[in-house]
Design a protein around this ligand. Structure first.
Ligand code: IPE
Ligand code: IPE
Ligand code: MG
Length: 246
């Protein structure tokens, strides 16, 4: 049996990768320039999690609300996802990373869907790190799709409606098979969730940094983990109970 995980190291880190547009603007460049630059930070984050033996990394790449952006920016992002899938999957696979795309995938064009499914299939047996890339994802969408599935289970007679509770709903939510999110990082200076994981961050520690996503490197991520290690996670207990247990 493997030893119990060190509670000062998160098992699951989630990141709102924000600030690409501002990073580009500061350089007098179009927003898409910032999105392209953000790819390097994604590589840094994956590398960091592999080195620290973090089990799951969940990245917010495109929210269900990001479709509101100008067509030109959305188009550039789709193009970028396509090229990133062609370019990065081989390397991720060789590093034993298992890739999941999380969100409403059916809205994407066929070229993207084919590549997303191929990447998930190819890397499905890997065990070093679960990399969840959230695209067309919204926390409310996630809860609604779980509610729909549980209602269907009730309709099929597999579950009495009266027995629906947190435990029976949880398996229908995205990322249910992975550890709960321990640490949620948001870059780019905003202090909000923006409809990212809602259910899954119920007891996550939150870490906000002003650093813009394209500038994030291993040192910045190490600072977030050092900060996490100082936190007292009480999960509703009284502080004294935690002190006694450790
Ligand atoms: C985050 O950076 C990336 C996506 C939402 C796709 P932004 O594009 O939101 O950058 P800012 O917040 O405008 O600087
Ligand atoms: C959240 O960032 C979405 C992603 C990082 C993919 P946004 O830039 O879309 O969030 P708001 O609009 O500032 O809340
Ligand atoms: Mg933003």
């Amino acid at each position: 049996m493997s030893p119990p995980a060190d509670p000062r190291t998160p098992r699951h880190v989630a990141i709102v990768m924000d600030g690409n547009g501002r990073w580009a603007r500061r350089r007098g460049q179009p927003r898409s320039f910032g999105h392209r630059a953000g790819q390097k930070a994604v590589r840094e984050a994956v590398e960091f999690c592999l080195r620290r033996k973090i089990e799951s990394l969940t990245l917010f790449a495109f929210s269900s609300e990001n479709w509101k952006r100008p067509d030109e920016e959305v188009g550039a992002l789709m193009e970028l996802f396509l090229r990133a899938l062609d370019k990065e999957v081989e390397e991720l696979h060789s590093n034993e990373v298992r890739v999941h795309f999380v969100g409403g995938l059916s809205v994407f064009n066929e070229a993207l869907r084919t590549r997303m499914h191929a990447a998930m299939e190819k890397t499905g047996g890997n065990r070093a790190l679960d990399l969840n890339v959230c695209v067309n994802y919204g926390g409310r969408w996630d809860i609604a799709q779980a509610a729909r599935k549980v209602a269907q289970a009730v309709q099929r007679g597999e579950l009495p409606a009266e027995s629906i509770d947190e435990t029976s709903l949880a398996p229908f939510l995205c990322l249910a098979e992975q550890p709960a999110v321990d640490l949620l990082i948001r870059t780019g200076g905003e202090h909000r969730i923006s409809n990212f994981l809602l259910w899954q961050i119920a007891y996550a520690e939150l870490y906000f940094t002003d650093v813009l996503w394209p500038d994030v490197d291993q040192d910045e991520l190490a600072r977030a983990l050092d900060n996490f290690a100082q936190r007292e996670r009480r999960f509703g207990n009284a502080g004294a109970q935690i002190a006694r247990a450790s």
